[in-house]
Structure formats: structure tokens, C-alpha cells
Design a protein around this ligand. Structure first.
Ligand SMILES: O=C(O)CCC(=O)C(=O)O
Ligand SMILES: [Fe+2]
Length: 364
């Protein structure tokens, strides 16, 4: 057994919940072995698996991503520090000014987004966001000893996980392998940790929905699988399916900007978070995410060079001359998201919001 790393600063242990024993209606998601992405032969073998997974369910598991279970657990310990160690007063100092700058860096307090307009229920999600350049902004005292580890984690997500996946997506579009990697260099928004507590009364009013149905707005979302069930994806037959926890796996999906870039080839899948099953309700639900976005100056135009898109046709979300820059799109979406009471949409159970001339839908 390797000796424990004595240089690591001590961190309180985050005690994870045991996985649920309830028989939930779980989604049947493909499992991608990312170790294979290291060779051209391996990439040729797995890009069709990734393509098919993302074009059917829109979500997949990724294993062999380069972190051991112990490294992953250590990161969850660190991810809980902003919530379990930082005092409430200090939290206020590091509050994210989402409404002003459209960025999630710092704490997003609870009761910020609308969850149920009719019953006036607001969210209970506490979130601490960090840019992938972790040294860009100051952090609460308790987090400072862990900055080198946060930095390593951000780089690992970006370079060892995101980039290989972007290469596989480029291959699936018959584009040069680095086409999408070049649009995602290492300097925009990064790591986010989140935690969700909730009261009984609000559970009832919000119909047990914690985070409304949505698509992610970035290009690829990396979610580090954690045991408290709650995440559900909307399947093609209109049913919500639970995402099952898998030890030391990643749950990966694409978002709106990938739909732009791929000319509709990769459509984001609607997902939401609901109250966990009974046997897990007394545990806190801590999530660790790496949300990726194209570089701010990338115009969200479809990759028209793709022979695949040339064969099957390109879908555009807007006219090319109206295509937003990734940076503006993300800021405007973050500023506006969930802040207004939403308008009822054309479809049953769907509410709409107009951001940058493009309709963003919220699914109940
Ligand atoms: O908490 C989760 O499992 C998913 C949260 C989510 O969908 C998001 O933050 O975009
Ligand atoms: Fe999401």
C-alpha cells in the first residue's frame, strides 16, 4: 500500500451516504472506458460508443478517468469545506455576484432561483463556484490550504477528461481531432461544488423538485458520481429516469453550446434533481461538477467543415450573423437564469425565458 501523503493539509472527512436500497427506475447508460482514449486505435473504438450514448440518452458514465477512489474521496472532503467549515459571516464576504457579472465564482446562497413560480418556492441549493484558474480570486481562509489540490483537480478535469472527450466528439463529426479542443483552452469557468438541504413544507409545495428540468448551457458537463440519488433524466419516451450512482465514475452530458457547435448533432438532454429516496433523506447531498464552456471569444457557429454534418444537414438555433460569442451567451444566461417568474410556454408543463433572443426552457 502506498504511504499516506504527509504533505497534504488535513481536511475533515466528508461521510458519504450509503447508496439507496430502493429499486428506482434507473436509466440504462453506456459505460465508456476513457483509458482507451490514449491511443488512436482505442479512440477509433470508443468514439462511436460516445456518439451513440450522447445521441440517445444524452448521458453516459466514464470510468478509468485517471483518479483513484482515494483521490476522488479526498476531493469530496475538500469540496465540503466551503459548506461545513467556512463560517456564515465569511460566506457573505465571498458571495458570488451572479446577477451582476454572470459568473458563479464564490457562494451562491440558497433561495436565489425560482423552483415553483405558482407556489413561490425558491431553491435550497448552496453552491461554491471556482474558476478553473483557482488563483484568480481570493477564497475563504479554510479553503486556502487546498488551492494546489484544487488547481490539480481543475487541470485533471480539463486536460485529462474534457479534452479526450472533445477529441472523441470531433472524431465522431469526422473533423480533425483537435477542432473542439482548440475552442476550449484552459481559462474560463470551472469547478463548482454544491450542496442541497430542504424543508418538508417546501418539498410539498415544489412537488419534491429541487432543481427544475433544464439543459446545461456549457459544452460538456462532468459530474463526479455521488451516492445520494436525486438526478433524473428525461428519456425519449417522456419518462423521468434516475441516474444510478457508480463508484468512482463520472456522469457526463453535453449542453447547449455543444448543440450550437455541432449544428444540432449533439442535443442536450433535459435533467432535474428531485428529493432523494427515503433511506437517504437524512444525508446532505454534495455534488462536484466541472462545467466546461468554449473560450469566451468563440462564436457559437456550427462546425460546417464536418463531413457528417454536410451529409445529414445542419440545424441552427439562430441565423449565423446572430450567433452569440460563448462568453456573452454564458454571462447573459447566468444573469437571467431562474430570476424571473417564468412565462407559461407553448408546451404543457414547460415555462420559457428569452435570453439573448434564444428561448430557454424550464421543464416541470
Ligand atoms: O445535482 C445534480 O446531480 C445535478 C445538478 C445539475 O444538473 C446542474 O447543476 O446543472
Ligand atoms: Fe444540469
Amino acid at each position: 500500500m502506498p504511504a499516506p501523503c504527509v504533505a497534504s493539509p488535513k481536511c475533515p472527512r466528508y461521510i458519504p451516504a450509503p447508496p439507496t436500497e430502493e429499486k428506482l427506475d434507473f436509466a440504462d447508460l453506456a459505460i465508456i472506458d476513457l483509458a482507451k482514449a490514449q491511443t488512436p486505435k482505442g479512440r477509433a473504438e470508443i468514439y462511436p460508443q460516445v456518439r451513440d450514448a450522447l445521441r440517445t440518452n444524452g448521458f453516459m458514465y466514464v470510468v478509468n478517468h485517471g483518479y483513484t477512489q482515494a483521490q476522488r474521496d479526498r476531493f469530496f472532503d475538500i469540496a465540503d469545506v466551503p459548506f461545513s467549515v467556512v463560517p456564515p459571516e465569511e460566506m457573505k464576504t465571498y458571495r458570488a455576484t451572479i446577477e451582476k457579472v454572470g459568473e458563479y465564482q464564490g457562494f451562491k446562497p440558497r433561495r436565489y432561483w425560482h423552483v415553483d413560480t405558482e407556489n413561490k418556492v425558491l431553491d435550497q441549493i448552496e453552491q461554491y463556484g471556482i474558476n478553473r484558474n483557482v488563483y484568480l480570486r481570493p477564497h475563504p481562509q479554510a479553503l486556502r490550504p487546498f488551492l494546489p489540490e484544487l488547481d490539480a483537480f481543475a487541470r485533471h478535469n480539463h486536460i485529462n477528461i474534457l479534452h479526450p472527450i472533445l477529441r472523441l466528439l470531433a472524431l465522431s463529426l469526422e473533423l480533425p481531432e483537435d477542432t473542439l479542443v482548440k475552442k476550449h483552452t484552459f481559462d474560463a469557468n470551472g469547478v463548482t461544488a454544491m450542496r442541497y438541504p430542504r424543508s418538508e413544507e417546501e418539498e410539498r409545495l415544489a412537488n419534491n423538485v429541487w432543481f427544475k428540468g433544464h439543459t446545461d448551457y456549457g459544452s460538456v458537463t462532468i459530474l463526479w458520481s455521488q451516492p445520494v440519488s436525486g438526478l433524473q433524466i428525461l428519456s425519449k419516451d417522456g419518462k423521468w429516469k434516475w441516474v444510478q450512482h457508480m463508484d468512482n465514475a463520472l456522469v457526463i452530458n453535453t449542453g447547449d453550446t455543444m448543440e450550437f457547435l455541432s449544428g444540432g448533432f449533439y442535443k442536450p438532454t433535459i435533467h432535474r434533481v428531485v428529493q432523494p429516496p427515503k433511506d437517504q433523506r437524512s444525508y446532505s447531498r454534495l455534488g462536484v461538477f466541472y462545467f466546461s464552456l468554449p473560450n469566451d471569444d468563440v462564436r457559437l457557429l456550427p462546425c460546417t467543415d464536418s463531413p457528417v454534418l454536410q451529409r445529414i444537414g445542419i440545424e441552427r438555433k439562430c441565423a449565423d450573423e446572430d450567433a452569440p460569442l460563448a462568453g456573452n451567451w454564458m454571462k447573459e444566461r447566468s444573469v437571467a437564469y431562474g430570476r424571473k417568474e417564468l412565462k407559461k410556454g407553448k408546451e404543457e408543463g414547460v415555462e420559457e425565458e428569452l435570453i439573448n433572443g434564444i428561448v430557454v426552457k424550464h421543464y416541470n
